[in-house]
Design a binder for this molecule. Sequence first.
Ligand code: ADP
Ligand code: MG
Length: 627
Amino acid sequence: MPDTAETLEFQSEARQLLQLMIHSIYSNKDIFLRELVSNASDALDKLRLETFRDKELQAETDNLHVEIQLDADARTLTVRDNGIGMTRDDVVNLIGTIAKSGTAEFLRQLKESKDAAGQDLIGQFGVGFYSSFMVADKVTLVTRRAGTDEGVRWESSGEGTYTIEPVADAPQGTAVTLHLKPADDEDHLYDYTSPWKVREIVKRYSDFITWPVQMAKESTAGDEGNDAAGLETVNSMKALWARSKDEVSDEEYHEFYKHISHDWTDPLETVRMQAEGTFEYQALLFLPSRAPMDLFMRDAKRGVQLYVKRVFIMDDCEALMPNYLRFVKGVVDAQDLSLNVSREILQQDRQIRAIRRRLEKKILATLKTMMTEDAEKYATFWAEFGRAVKEGLLDDPENREQILEISSFESTHHAEKPTTLRDYVSRMKDGQEHIYYLTGESRSTIENSPHLEAFRAKGYEVLILTDPVDEMWADAVSGFDGKTFQSVAKGEVDLDEIPQERQDEYADLLKWMSATLDAVKEVRLSSRLTTSPSCIVGDAGDLTPTLEKMYRAMGQEMPQVKRILELNPDHALVTGLRTAFAEHPEDPSLVETAELLHGMALLAEGGDLPDPSRFLALVADRAAKAL
Ligand code: ADP
Ligand code: MG
């Protein structure tokens, strides 16, 4: 490691975020302290864990705590911890860059939004350490990783670069010193060297931190910062999940949620659980009010932390929450586990699996209640997380019925309001056996799809499914409440029998077309069409075109699935073709008409034409003849 100061550049995303912080658009600047205390508390958790894991680690573990030091003359505020600390590389990687997935996307959205919406977005993202730059024009960080003897000093004014240099004699852990901007009440920038103000902020945001947060005792001399009289603990350190419900205010729950979730917005719902007896645990869970940026990214974390007897064990505890509920945040504190448990052991542990089942059921039950008692809240929840929840229909067959019960779907019944399946079933027509649905890329392609025509004409309600996951579950899930799901774009539709004489009339044409059009498996008459001449349908067991595309995109070899072309026997183009075919079966323009009918059917369902330029030439040619 070089022993002189080096100047390094922030990674570009980090630089952009810092600019946002410096010209802060967020009015609640107090929260910088919550972020620093939260990092200090994490660092102490990590140290404790590390000493469990590594018995050789030469770390000081006495008197683990967070200390806040204020200096009114120098106008500094320092948050110090004697936790895990950082090496030089850690500092460069963790402080100089942002590894959070979704950062680039977040910055793009932020750029496009106006100021007010920007605030909202910041809330979704959580900026952690960088929030220091809302209140400081320079930040100094001195740190030493536990078990090493090389200290590091980092300093920056947040303007593109930072300096980093080795320091001798750094104590174990991290001290972050903010050189505060001048106080400006107008700008919600308070005097953060005031012990009163700082205590108040700690009480408000960090009371439940399980480590002592200490400050100099309030002395009567009034010069607190320099008074060596001693320290006192400012926070109560009470684990919220261990306190009885009526002892804890909503506000405390919300602050706790923000601490563990790194979200800046209040949660939508708080869920508490308590199990006594042979296997004792407490759980405090939250449903966020907004989906995180990375909800659908591969490395999205699960939001539940595991504690054992009040000691933090791990974040992102996948053994406690199924993947489709990965957005649920919270804490589970189990009494009878070893502090040494590993992720692998947890996956196998019978009791952990039992807890997981209970948590899952509880979340589903909470949603059920929300659905009936607070429709608006439920609608918010579903709009944010419905797409993830529907993954459960595939991943968790055991709870399928309950998941269907709390799901809702767009439908032809109402232009904006999604429907539950219960409500759909209650509106089913006499004799209707299936729950009809159609999948597609957007509501508008689906609504304009020829497949819907006869259903619309006859007044059958059809679910409009536009999420990628819909394609998959709709295939896998057989039914709800005894009614089977049926795609209106698949298989035969039994809305109307096609009379035998009709079939006979068309038999020759259909046979010829089936042989002529290579791209389709079969050509047949349709009872789903009223105004369109043709449509494409799949066989009951076939992959839908979207699924086919998805598998290809994932790199899977797929044989081309041939589908069925259906013709509307009452459409002028189709009757005309039949007459022309009967009169001059050898006419080459018949083939073109057949191709046109196929191409139109593909376009109508939002699909791709195999040869768009040929299709256009055919259309232009026909249009010219019609003039
Ligand atoms: P987050 O806490 O969400 O990860 P932050 O911006 O608050 O994001 O912090 C970035 C990272 O810097 C942390 O994940 C941690 O690894 C490291 N870090 C920050 N503060 C400390 C600290 N006091 N001690 C040790 N590591 C820290
Ligand atoms: Mg943090």
